[in-house]
Design a protein around this ligand. Sequence first.
Ligand SMILES: O=C(O)c1cc(=O)[nH]c(=O)n1[C@@H]1O[C@H](COP(=O)(O)O)[C@@H](O)[C@H]1O
Length: 299
Amino acid sequence: MTTDTTTTTADGGRAGWGSRLARVTAERGRLCVGLDPHPQVLAGWGLDDDVASVERCMRSTVAALGDLVAVFKPQSALYERFGSAGVAVLERLLADIAATGALALMDAKRGDIGSTMAGYAAAYLTDGSPLAADALTVNPYLGLDAVAPALDAARASGRGVYLLARTSNPGSGWLQLASSDGRTVAQLVCDAAAEQNAAELAAGGGSGLGSVGVVVGGTHGQGDLDLSSFNGSVLVPGVGAQGATLADLARSFARADLLLPTSSRGVLAAGPDAAALRRAVTDLLSEAGVLGGGPAGSR
Ligand SMILES: O=C(O)c1cc(=O)[nH]c(=O)n1[C@@H]1O[C@H](COP(=O)(O)O)[C@@H](O)[C@H]1O
């Protein structure tokens, strides 16, 4: 029997995030669906803004889409607003996602000094934690020493981290396009992620993508970012409700093969009808054919 190196390592451990992501996106297409239970989303489903409705809306979305979607991205804040009851929903949702074979990218945008970051890594990137996901969004603006515990925990357990580089909000350039040494802050983040990935891939003798991704908003596109030698996944929010289209991304990014586009409200607005949710996703997956890779074009 051969070992499937895309999901497990030779010693039976979990393969790295890059391999795991490559496998599921090759099977299902390169799309992430955000699980953001905003009050407006719940209202559109005819639901009240309470924790029982959050559970119903989000778990039925995963039930409807679990065999189609490569990655689900729950947005933590929208569960945390209901306190421990909301966090309990998030825990059950993570279990649902795992059961579908999709990957869970927790969008919590954590960032703190290293000793505290170790706590976040224990919460989100460690086997056995009730909130463990397959990857986590991380704010790198406290410095690389602060991010290190998350990177170490991710690499040790076949998980990923996504560093915020160029966020999709209109004002992100204030900090992220500031220059240092002739490179923008966003570029520094991408270059630091690339260095981490190069070291990881060299140590593992592997090719493909490393465990450290970056976030680049589709509302801005690639702009002046140089991703020509980037070796990680690029999460691209902003598709749908914030106005970006997959065709925009294909035009704007030279390395469309790295992109993991994500849409939350744009997909959820199709609910609660399961068939309509599936149509919204299959439409996006067909559009994702312009990015290449995966079975997207054939859907
Ligand atoms: O890290 C993210 O996911 C993220 C980064 C960013 O730059 N912009 C951004 O919109 N996001 C998240 O992506 C999701 C976008 O939601 P929609 O605009 O409804 O598709 C939200 O959960 C945001 O928090």
